[in-house]
Every structure is written in C-alpha cells, then in structure tokens.
Design a protein around this ligand. Structure first.
Ligand code: GLC
Length: 487
C-alpha cells in the first residue's frame, strides 16, 4: 500500500476559495484504493462552515518550534466520501474571516502550517511515502523536509510532489522576515534555493526541493518554461524540466452530473438535453427577472472577477455587445472592485440583457451551467480551468481564449468538417473576442442543428479524473522507486 498525504490550504467540501479546493477535494477519491491510501491535511480555519466544523474530531496536540516561537498545534480528523482529512488547529493563525488575509500574515501562517504537517506525522500513525504539496502555501514542506528534518530517520524515506495550480501566486516576502519566521538556515536563502529577486519565495522553495513537480495542464507546463508565462521563474522551470509534468485536472463527474444535479429543475443527458435545457433556460430567465425568450443567445460567466480571467476584455466590449446584439448574459462572481462595479453599472443600464450576481452561490452556478447556451472564459492565462469542463459536461458551449488548459480541452468549431466542441480565439484582444462571440451567435441563430451537434460533442468528451489519477499513480511509482532528489 502506497501512502500519500495531500497537503493543501483548501479542499471541498470543507473550505474553498478557488479551483485548488476542487482538485484537493476530488482527486483523492479517484486513486486505486486497493493500492493507495490517500489522505488530506488542511488548516482548521475558523471561517469553515459550521456544518463541517461540527464533524471534526479531536485527535491529539503537540507544539511546533517556529524560529524562536513555540506554537500549539491541535489535530482534528473527519471523513468525507471515504477519505480521511486531518486539520491543523491553531486559532492564532487560522482565525481570519477568510483563509488568506494579508501576505505578511500569510507567510507566517503557512510556514507554521508546513512545519506542523511534518511534526504531525508521528502522532497520526501515518508515515506517508509521498507528501503531495499544492501551491505556494505548502512550498516550505519539501524545504523543511530536506533541511531541518534531513537527518532524521523517520523522515528520510518521504518523497515530495509539488503541484503548481497557479504560478502567479508565489508567496514572496522579505528575506530577514522569512529567515526569522521559519528558522531555516541562512545558507538556503541563496539564488539557487529560496531567494528570488531579492525576496524569499515559498513556491520557488517547493520547486527547488521537491522530487517531482506537476502543473495542471500540458500546455501550461510548457508555457511556464517561457519568459511570457514563467512569472519570473521560467529559468528555474527550464532547469527542472526533467521532473516537470503537466497532468490535466479532471472534473468530479459525480458532483457535476446533469442527470442527478440537485440544483437543476430539469435533468438531462445526451439524448434529451435540447428540450430539457430549454426548460431550464426559461426557468432561470424567470428566476433572474430576464425576459423569457427561448431563442435569445444565453451566455453565462461564473468566475472570480480578476484580470487573470480576462475581464478587462469583457468590460471593454460590454457596451458594444449589449447595445447591438440580441443577447442575455448572466455573470456570477466576486473579485476586483472595478469589475464588480462595471457589471453593476451595465446590469442597471441593460436590465433585460445582463444579470450580474456579485457573490458566490453554488446552486446558481450549477443552474448557469445547466441552462445557458454558451459560456465565456477569455482568460489571460489559465493553468487548467474547471469551468469550461463543467460547461462541456452540461452541453453549454465554451468560448475561450487559447491558453493553458483552455487550449487543451476546447477544440475549436470547424463548420466545414463539423468538428470541435467550442469556440476559441488566440490573441488577448477584446475585438478578437467580440468577433468570436459574434461568430458563435451566428451559428446559434442560423444553424441550430450544427449548434446542438457542437454541444453534444462537448458532452461526449471525457474529462473525468480517471486517466489523470492513473498519471499521478505512475508519477508516484516513479519517484518512490528511485533515490530522493535530496541536496
Ligand atoms: C487555479 C487555476 C485554475 C486551475 C485550478 C485548479 O485556480 O487558476 O486554472 O484549474 O487552480 O488546478
């Protein structure tokens, strides 16, 4: 039995701010349970839903030395879908109203979490063969393991995999502060290890010290080795490219299933989706006080409202789009003030065409996927992206920019050969996006049969976790069978 511990700062159903939570909360279910015991360790945030907090059971406690500090750590446990989750409790660090607050708090918070994960292992009676770390918040785990814990027998056989879900967020802070907080030896704050552009960089630490590095799509794995996509670390990514792998994310096909989705009024499958989705469209239009027009092009967007997601393109052409086209748009998400107020403005100006819900609602999100004709995702960059996979699964045609995982998962429509699963454009340009939207609208209006065939091809794609879980298993095998990349 190979033992794997996922160390993550979020995981569904317990706590979620983004796609990382979906991955950390669904991938563990898809390993071959006869050969893999996969467990997850998370911080025990005070802001976790009361429903989940009530299920946690206290296991043990100990103290963590962090630089000159000595901090309490409690360990709690819960089960979800047959997977064991551990939670590190410390109300000094995890008391905020959201998981991440200010970077100066977060660097200490996640140095603490990383060290507490390693200290917890002997108490859990679960010595993993591999710790699979996710994003900058756990970048120090491989660093601690190979430095402060390097000489300890208990830890000697543990390997690490480090997964990058978004290279933009690196966890950077001043060198003296990080040296003080972490208690790591001075000799590792150098340009070949933790130092980067005059600061200490947690993600860099993870990439330098891990036995293998993964990211969440093949195209993004290539993009991060280039100056355009490398966020300043492309040289490092090239240097580690022998152990850098792109393994695409899957979607939790149990949670996102249009045949059983509890949030949908009318369930559907590949045979009856046209009529059932039309019924969903009508009820969502009614729910959102939009005119109930069956033939209007109904476009959804569910996203964090940040630059990464391409919202500068969207707001740039919004007036032109809404003033000239027969369209209805539903936007759901929160984020940058400038985008939130821009959508509020347009929703007020065009109440029959734009509904903006500045918030987050899982059930509205599911209803958007289950009711819209198309889904817009014009990201500037996209490590993998999950929303386009949800759209495909629900017969909602994705319109995307050709970057990262979007490029790998959406095949552009070819009207001559009747192939493809969506629409895409290459350059980060608002009018190129608008032209693509207009092309999609033209197909929708003038050739509904081709449109429905396009939606059906999308529904027939398989982006479940099955094949990606097998790829992770192969990677785990590879690194457990060879000596650690110990420095
Ligand atoms: C981040 C990325 C997104 C990816 C997700 C899960 O949120 O921005 O593209 O799908 O992580 O890996």
């Amino acid at each position: 039995m190979t033992k794997i511990l996922f160390a993550s700062s979020e995981a569904v159903p317990f706590i979620k701010t983004g796609g990382l939570a979906d991955v950390a909360g669904s991938l563990p279910k898809y390993f071959d349970r006869k050969n893999y015991d996969v467990r997850v360790i998370l911080p025990k945030y005070i802001c976790m839903d009361a429903q989940w907090k009530a299920q946690l059971q206290f296991l043990c406690h100990f103290y963590v030395n962090l630089g000159w500090r000595k901090q309490y750590a409690g360990i709690f446990q819960a089960k979800a879908d047959g997977i064991t989750y551990y939670f590190v409790d410390n109300e000094f660090y995890f008391a905020g109203d959201k998981p991440y607050n200010h970077i100066h708090e977060d660097v200490e918070k996640f140095a603490y979490f990383s060290k507490a994960v390693l200290e917890a292992l002997p108490f859990l009676d679960f010595c993993p063969d591999i710790i699979h770390c996710h994003d900058w918040q756990t970048g120090l785990i491989p660093v601690y393991l190979r430095t402060l814990y390097g000489g300890e027998r208990y830890y000697a056989g543990i390997r690490t995999v480090y997964s990058i879900h978004n290279l933009k967020f690196q966890g950077r802070f001043t060198l003296p502060a990080v040296a003080d907080i972490t208690g790591l030896p001075q000799q590792i704050f150098t340009a070949d290890k933790l130092e980067s552009y005059g600061e200490a960089n947690y993600l860099k630490g993870g990439v330098v010290y891990a036995d293998a590095i993964t990211t969440v799509s093949r195209t993004y794995a290539m993009e991060i080795t280039t100056p355009e996509g490398g966020e300043g670390l492309d040289g490092l990514m090239r240097a580690r490219s022998d152990v850098l792998f792109g393994i695409p994310n899957g979607l939790d096909y149990e949670e996102y299933d249009p045949e059983t989705d509890v949030f949908l009024e009318n369930h559907f499958n590949q045979t009856n989706f046209v009529s059932q989705k039309a019924a969903n469209k009508e009820s969502l239009q009614r729910e959102l006080s939009l005119p109930t027009e069956p033939d209007v092009f109904f476009l959804g967007m569910v996203s964090r409202l940040y630059d990464q997601k391409g919202f500068d393109l969207v707001t740039y052409i919004m007036e032109e789009l809404l003033s000239t086209e027969k369209i209805q748009i539903v936007v759901l998400g929160t984020g940058d003030e400038k985008y939130e107020s821009s959508f509020r403005y347009f929703a007020e100006k065009y109440p029959d065409k734009l509904h903006a819900d500045i918030g987050y609602s899982d059930d509205l999100a599911h209803r958007i996927y289950g009711s819209c004709d198309a889904f817009l995702m014009p990201s500037l960059f996209e490590p993998c992206g999950l929303s386009q996979l949800m759209s495909l699964r629900y017969g909602t045609v994705p319109i995307v920019r050709e970057t990262g995982g979007l490029k790998d998962t959406v095949e552009p429509y070819n009207e001559y050969e009747n192939t493809g699963t969506g629409f895409s454009f290459a350059n980060y340009n608002a009018h190129e996006m608008l032209a693509t939207l207009r092309y999609a609208m033209k197909v929708y209006r003038t050739d509904r049969r081709a449109w429905n065939a396009l939606a059906l091809r999308g529904m027939q794609q398989d982006f479940s976790w099955e094949s990606s879980a097998r790829e992770y298993e192969a990677l785990y095998m590879m690194i457990t069978n060879r000596p650690s990349g110990c420095r």
